[in-house]
Design a protein around this ligand. Sequence first.
Ligand code: NZQ
Ligand code: ZN
Length: 383
Amino acid sequence: MLNFDYLIPTEILFGKDQINNLKSKISNYNRILFAWGGGSIKKNGIYEKVIDALKDKTYFELSGIKPNPRLSSVEKGITICTENNVDFILAVGGGSVIDCSKAIAAGVYYPDDVWDLFMRKTTVKKALPIGTILTLAATASEINASAVINNEETQQKLAITSNLLRPKFSILDPTYTMTVPRRHTAAGIVDIMSHVFEQYFDTTKGAYLQDRLAEGILKTCIKYGPIVLENPNEYEARSNIMWAGSLALSGLLSFGKKGDFATHKIEHEVSAIYDLTHGIGMAIFFPNWMKYVMHENIYKFVEFAHNVWDIPDTGEKTDIANLGIQKTRDFFSSLDMPKKFSQVKINNEKFEEMAAKAVYFGEIGNFKKLKKQDVLEILKLSS
Ligand code: NZQ
Ligand code: ZN
């Protein structure tokens, strides 16, 4: 296990009606940016509850934040915050709204083009505090330090990470996720599992505990994923999936490990160009990445097959590893997730461009370091 600093400072208010605590959580702030997406919160009643908690404050709204959040929304939010001396951002929605809010929080204190932060020209030095009300279980943005933004002009989708961007608090009411459409619920479950894979398949030796925690989260998704799709209002299932989502990318699984994240970098460049739902991209890619890299450490894939999918670990190692990968693919298919680009109307026309962008900052991954040619091979396996 590697050395690490444990830091997960976000206060999580988990459970039914935790929104009743919103007022007290924002009591120290006066001028608030209320950020939200395309309108789901107006349909399911969360909007009114937020407005009620904000009624004694001066607040400004930034709405229309799209999935794969656009840089233009970030810029709009920065302008609202600077012109109105905003002192707090409240993000209400899924990962896209939260990521956009984090980028605004960083951009307010950056004097030049906020995209510089994503291009790694500099780092985040200061940020506005943010709080979140999560409405979709998937990204863990509600607890982590990252934000992913889509630059619609350059068609790049890049991340920033800074502990300054970790939310002060997040309200996680599983009942809020009951209105998430089936396809986004399923994509969220795949995303949660993908976050675990990115940290589970790693070259660090001796992080035994982290890997057992990882397997617990995967088993939770495998148990409750089909239940939430069958019965969207099942509280126990929604709450387990929601908490699994937060823990999966909170940092807990990667403290003491390196992590991989190559598959995420590839998918981000696909969704930058094709506006694909992130979890759907992950469903297409991950089993193919697994096949491509499994011989780097076949024992890790045997462990995965055995511990997660209950496949006996006796016999030919490659067969056991392949069976584990096939089980993963079958599970994603059982959630009605596509397995090929052709099912989401993406052809090979932009493979070169996407591969080049994925390795823009150099080789990606850790389990196997991927060059542009490797990324191209994984894209081809997915077509
Ligand atoms: O915009 P509204 O109207 O709210 O509708 C959203 C959106 O259309 C809808 N939705 C959300 N909650 C709902 C709901 N509909 C009904 N009822 C509810 N309760 O769901 C759609 C998708 O929302 P979005 O926020 O885009 O989904 P998600 O949470 O999966 O976020 C995806 C984004 O996060 C990034 C992805 O790349 C993508 O841009 N990620 C962020 C990460 C991070 N910050 O750490 C890590 C992830 O790997 C990921 O890359
Ligand atoms: Zn993800």
